[in-house]
Structures are given as C-alpha cells and as structure tokens.
Design a binder for this molecule. Sequence first.
Ligand SMILES: [Zn+2]
Length: 223
Amino acid sequence: MSELWRFSKDTQNTLNKTRLPSGGWINLWLNIGHYEVTQEAAERFGFSSAAVDILRDASQDPDFYEFTLPSAHAQSPDKVAFMPPGPERDEAIQNGIDAYKEWALNVCSKISQAMVDKDTRVALYWLGYVLHGFQDLGPHGGMPNPEHAALDSLKQSLDDDSSNVQLSRYYTQEFLRHIREVLGEGEFDLLRNWDGDGNLSKSEKEDLFGHGWDLSVEAVIDF
Ligand SMILES: [Zn+2]
C-alpha cells in the first residue's frame, strides 16, 4: 500500500531537474528514506505492526502535504541563500529556526489533542508526521533550498551523505524517547500497542488537513 508513495526512477529524475523548494529531499528519501528510518526506530521502541504502518507512512507526508513549506523540512526560507552575511541574514535565519520549532510544536499539539480525543490512530499519524521534520534536520540543518540545490548539482548532495542519515536516525530515536517521557508509559503504551487499522487513506488525510497534496507536488506527478 505504502509502496504507492514511491516514485519511479524517471519521476525522481524529473524532480531532481526541477528547482522546487525542498528539491533535494528526493535523493536520500527514496533510497534510505523517512519510511525506513521511521520503521527501524519504531520497531526498536516496540510499536505494533499496525502502529509502525501508520508511522512510517505518515513520516513521508510532509513532502506531499507541505512540500513548499521550508519549516516542515528543517530549511530556512529561500531568500536566506541570497542575503549577504550580516544582522539581516542572521535575523532571517533565526526566524526560520523559530518557524521550524513552531511547526513541530503545532504538530505535537495535534498529537496530544488526538490523545485527549482517544483517537489513537490519528495520534500515531501526527507522531509519524512530525518525525519527518526531525529526520530532515539531519541532511538539511536549516540550509535554504537554493544552496541545497547548488550542492546537488555539484553531486555533493547532503541527502546522499550516510552520516546525515545516521543523524536522522539519532534524532528520530531521541524524539521517540522524549515523547515517551512527556506522555508517560501508560499513554505511550496506548500508541505502541495499537492493534486497529494501519495507515490512513488519502481521503482520511485530506479530512485531517482540509486540503489535498501540495499543488506543486500534484503538478510534478502529473507532469
Ligand atoms: Zn522533507
């Protein structure tokens, strides 16, 4: 089912040639991707197979639902790449970091709201979703997309660097550890022992977001 979210080699090439925001992600995340990094960590933390199914699927979704939002991918806004060093650039970077934290906190509040609503499956979805942002921190670390794309074109893509993948694994586990502490064992076990349905359907996701895929992703896929 989740294999449907994978792109063919041809589509990868198409995506790599475009200059879309967050354009570099495609390299790493189709080889050792969010899917694999999430599955590995979630299994290590003892999540059930239905829970793992939701988490690993959701961890890919910011690339579909918030593709053009830099803060969902641990990136600074594009304009930062064109600013000379100085206080104005520093401020823009700080704003990017703040926006990233706000993005993560906002998704975390969706996790806790779903827990309050006793909607474990949706809580698992948002947990997987927020993991994406932490995983992107490994290769991106706040780098704006134009710089990322420049490195890509020099064949020095950050997303292909195995030590960055290692960092993504580390951030994923640290966050799961953190969320276990914040929720406490009881609530964490509710998530971990989920034995209902697996990953959410596209229409269930559209209900959660109130919209479909990011338009530019739709455009690329159609193209
Ligand atoms: Zn991303």
